[in-house]
Design a protein around this ligand. Structure first.
Ligand code: SAM
Ligand SMILES: Nc1c(NC[C@H](O)[C@H](O)[C@H](O)CO)[nH]c(=O)[nH]c1=O
Ligand code: TYR
Ligand code: SF4
Length: 485
């Protein structure tokens, strides 16, 4: 990174510089100097004063006055953030009984950090291109959610590729088909062109919203896709989706909310203003939203600080953000890495500082998530001592991180959660998606299972299954061939 260089901080910025086809990282410069000093910024954080972008830059860089992450200064930032976490939300660590059900991997947007997608052309009925992707028709989505409800799950998180045959509803299909050249003008091809029809977004929402489950879906990028080629407002699109069963929207597709970074890593995606407009539309439609930042690729610490300001401003206006989720960039199988634009993801020190500074800067967002998917168990637990208070969910199935080269599995049981959280001296708490319903878990009262789901009675989710473990398990809980449990 721009402040990288110490062994603790092999660094996200200032890495790369390879000779790949898309060229070297253009943000390959030292941490930009600010008008603030590290010590002042830390003092403001201690005093609970609202931090500026310059303050956040200083804290993320452990001072722009020196190269690399300073381990002593880093510990000071983490300590202030951990204390703030304890004051604001106490010692509880929450998690949710959820399932990822991603509908399709077909996508032509071409984000250079993403290995989740498969080029949509390969999905066409007359294509003989081999691919490992999938499209689930609405009935299949419903069956997956039904099975999960039986296990006690109460949240389904669904994020998908921008399949060219996806439309909001039948009217949207007609508008898209009326273009002179729908494929090039509106990224649209009719469902008949594909081996599997994904149905409409409304049909997918209705299919997944079954049995009282909370449906968390439709990122700003997906909402844009659901209104492309029209002048519909985000609010009306989200209202229609909510009428079909959508309960809240994931704030992914945020990446880094600074357009000069988006121009490099996701030129095909909506710009920052549009992302914010989509989130405001979701909030105006009465939905809760989450917020994310995918960091540790080409951006500088100053970009991270600017991103945090976009989120804080959005929350000041809407109050709709339930949590902030730092998404540590998984580099291994991605075009950014393969083309030599970056040579790693962020260091652990950077992960810790991002969590800590998010806790300190986002004074209006209650919850900061640590991700075992991105970081594994040990480092995920460490992040819970740097300002985070939520440890994600059971998820049962993971495709984004695993396809990018992540190696921490796809499932954590309630027993895993209780063991890990009590091991760091904190209180395990089962939560609803919106955090409003919470159940403290007595560690001595095992075995543990979800109780907040419509069909949950405390039975462990996969009674005979493996723990997710660092070695991983697949969506059905089947251990990998070399697992020993
Ligand atoms: C894969 S997309 C799916 C939803 C939709 N296509 C979109 O872009 O909003 C969801 C999010 O996954 C995250 N993601 C993708 N690839 C990643 C990677 N290699 N490392 C970390 N996060 C990644 C990005 O933040 C992205 O916005
Ligand atoms: N951080 C990751 C998540 N987080 C999503 C949450 O588990 C949950 O859906 C949200 O908190 C709303 O309650 N999900 C992933 O699949 N991968 C992550 O890295
Ligand atoms: N699915 C996203 C993470 C995510 C999903 C939903 C959220 O609300 C927040 C984060 C990923 O793995 O990268
Ligand atoms: S991040 Fe989303 S929009 Fe971008 S390529 Fe991946 S699936 Fe498509």
């Amino acid at each position: 990174m721009s402040s990288g260089g110490s062994s603790d901080a092999s660094g996200s910025n200032g890495r790369g510089g390879g000779d790949g086809e898309s060229g070297a990282n253009e943000f390959d410069f030292a941490a930009p100097a600010t008008d603030q000093s590290f010590e002042n910024a830390l003092a403001k954080a201690r005093d609970c004063a609202r931090l500026t972008v310059d303050d956040a830059t200083e804290l993320l860089a452990t001072g722009t006055d020196r190269e690399g992450i300073d381990p002593v200064r880093k510990e000071a930032v983490l300590e202030v953030a951990d204390r703030r976490r304890a004051e604001e939300v106490g010692d509880e660590v929450t998690f949710v009984a959820n399932l990822n059900n991603n509908v399709t991997t077909a996508c032509n947007t071409g984000c250079l950090f993403c290995n989740f997608k498969d080029t949509a052309h390969a999905f066409e009925a007359d294509s003989d291109v081999e691919h490992a992707g999938f499209t689930k028709p609405p009935a299949e989505s419903r069956a997956v959610v039904e099975d999960a409800l039986d296990m006690g799950v109460y949240e389904v998180c669904s994020v998908s590729g921008l399949h060219p045959a996806f439309a909001l509803n039948e009217e949207h299909h007609e508008v898209l088909a009326a273009h002179d050249d729908p494929a090039s003008e509106a990224n649209y091809k009719p469902p008949e062109a594909y081996a599997t029809d994904p149905g409409t977004y409304v049909e997918q929402m209705a299919a997944m919203s079954v049995g009282g489950v909370h449906l968390h879906s439709m990122t700003p990028e997906e909402a844009y896709h659901a209104k492309r080629g029209t002048d519909w407002a985000y609010e009306s699109v989200y209202r229609e989706l909510a009428d079909a069963g959508l309960d809240s929207a994931p704030g992914t597709a945020a990446e880094i909310l600074v357009d000069e970074v988006r121009d490099v890593i996701c030129p095909g995606k909506i710009r920052t203003d549009d992302w914010v407009a989509a989130m405001e539309g979701a909030a105006a439609a009465g939905l809760d939203v989450t917020s994310t930042m995918m960091y540790g690729h080409v951006e500088t610490v100053a970009h991270r600080a600017q991103h945090l300001e976009v989120i804080r401003d959005l929350q000041d206006r809407t109050g709709a953000i339930t949590e902030f989720v730092p998404l540590s960039f998984i580099h291994r199988n991605t075009p950014l890495y393969r083309r030599g634009v970056v040579d790693s993801g962020p260091s652990r020190a950077e992960d810790e500082l991002v969590v800590a500074v998010a806790r300190l800067f986002l004074d209006n967002v209650d919850h900061v998530q640590a991700s075992w998917v991105k970081s594994g168990d040990a480092h995920g637990l460490k992040l819970l001592n740097c300002g985070a208070d939520d440890f994600m969910g059971t998820i049962l199935s993971e495709e984004i991180t695993s396809r990018a080269g992540g190696e921490y599995g796809e499932y954590r049981s309630f027993d895993d959660y209780v063991e890990m959280i009590t091991a760091i001296g904190r209180t395990p708490v089962e939560r609803s998606t919106d955090y409003r319903t919470r159940r403290r878990i007595d560690p001595d009262d095992g075995p543990h299972g979800p109780r907040l789901g419509p069909r949950a009675d405390g039975t462990p989710m996969l009674p005979d299954g493996p723990s997710g473990g660092e070695s991983g398990a697949d969506a059905t809980g089947t251990p990998p061939a070399d697992a020993d449990d």
